[in-house]
Ligand binder design. Structure first.
Ligand code: MG
Length: 422
């Protein structure tokens, strides 16, 4: 018999973990590092559960402090109560706590798994596979020094990077993050990937910055390629519905179907074919499983989304991927861009394009406190970064739809603070 458990404390540590190079996206850039808030939930049984959350380059520590008064004394097994305590759908209109709920849910599942001596996937229905396949996640990147090292800007650089990642990790599906350069340059890049890596499959994601007209023209121009799907070409369910009617490719989203209300709307009046489930955006692993079950019932496809993760959140994605019967696409992860991780043993490995699902109790990953201390010191030194700004274009910000693109002829190197023309 497991004695009743009670939460006794919530501790948070903000870390800044280096990326191999700064990675560019439609709204700006990850400035050569990920800033993540590590959450440790303590219990009276001496078991500590782990959670993790992002925040657009900023610390989320202060937001968790506000949750302590609700959660100290709470039973970590009581996960449905947790949902309403933190993110009641009407109350949370005022404090939007979905991602905080997710981090606490991860930690509570980790506690329950450790208390019972079983991996989280056994709490969620049991694993259907031993590994989760991942796509390469290709970004345009700034050079990391004046020699041009790590730069991905040209067609040739992108194809070279994709081939190197495939050789190193075994990826057979490739995602290109676009919305940075003019669409004709990104189309040339995407087509070159598909032609240069025969037999593999591909997905393109411009983060919803295309106009409907642009999204349709771009989608028709890649329709002959072996696409997994075309992700968030434009903004909004109504915009996506118009593009879907005009383009013969599956559309995917991680932006306009991120809760059950939107999922219901999409089922009544389809705008999207593939729902990308993000354990953070949906408020935890369990809501993703509920959404996947709805999708299974109506034969809407799913995949696992990445909002940028260290090993704790990656573990949540692996346990999610373990139990989904209808997971037919490779998952996304930023993970291979990281130079290191905060978990004991360092980064989890890819083998043949997949990562093994942890079998240890709970999430199956534990913190390496030396690494946490090192990257907490890095955060104190470097501070936050503006995820939605491009260091090479001071004063610029993205609109939706966007029409002001970065110049693919202009190389920059980036030191984590300022971009320098080369
Ligand atoms: Mg996306």
């Amino acid at each position: 018999m497991i004695p009743p458990l009670r939460i006794t404390d919530i501790r948070t540590t903000t870390v800044s973990v280096p990326l191999e190079a700064a990675i560019r996206h439609a709204n700006g850039c990850h400035w050569g590092r990920f800033v993540r808030t590590i959450v440790e939930v303590d219990t009276d049984a001496g078991i500590t559960g782990l959670g993790e959350v992002g925040g657009g380059g900023e610390s989320a520590e202060a937001a968790f402090q506000g949750l302590k008064q609700y959660l100290v004394g709470h039973d970590p097994f009581a996960l449905e109560a947790l949902r309403f305590m933190i993110a009641n759908p009407t109350a949370s209109l005022y404090n939007n706590r979905t991602q905080l709920l997710a981090a606490i849910e991860f930690a509570c599942l980790d506690i329950v798994g450790q208390a019972l001596g079983v991996p989280v996937y056994r709490l969620l229905g049991g694993k259907l596979r031993d590994v989760v396949p991942f796509a390469s996640y290709l970004f345009f990147r700034f050079a990391s020094d004046p020699t041009g090292r790590h730069e991905v800007r040209t067609v040739e650089q992108l194809l070279s990077e994709a081939r190197a990642l495939k050789a190193r990790h075994g990826f057979t599906s490739h995602k290109l993050k676009g919305g940075v350069f003019p669409p004709e340059h990104e189309l040339a890049c995407y087509r070159a990937l598909a032609e240069g890596l025969p037999g593999d499959t591909f997905r393109f994601d411009p983060n919803a910055v295309f106009s409907i007209d642009q999204a349709i023209r771009f989608g028709r121009a890649l329709a002959d390629l072996p696409n997994d799907y075309y992700e968030d070409p434009t903004w909004g369910l109504n915009g996506m519905r118009q593009v879907r009617a005009a383009v013969p490719i599956r559309l995917a989203t991680n932006t306009v179907v991120v809760n059950f209300e939107q999922l219901a709307t999409n089922l009544r009046d389809p705008a999207v074919d593939v729902i990308l489930l993000d354990t953070t955006f949906w408020g935890g692993i369990r809501p993703c499983i509920k959404a996947a079950a709805v999708c299974e019932t109506v034969q809407t496809e799913i995949a696992v989304h990445s909002s940028g993760e260290l090993g704790i959140q990656l573990a949540t994605m692996l346990h999610l991927g373990a139990v989904l019967p209808n997971l037919t696409f490779a998952a996304d992860a930023h993970y291979h861009h990281l130079a290191d991780d905060v978990i004991a043993g360092g980064k989890l490995n890819y083998q043949d394009g997949a990562i093994r699902i942890p079998d240890g109790p709970g999430l199956g990953v534990r913190l390496d406190h030396d690494r946490v201390d090192r990257y907490a010191a890095a955060y104190r030194h470097l501070g936050s970064y503006p995820y939605d700004r491009d260091p090479a274009r001071p004063g610029w910000f993205a609109t939706v739809p966007n029409s002001t693109w970065a110049n693919p002829e202009a190389p920059f190197w980036f030191d984590g603070t300022d971009a320098h023309a080369m």
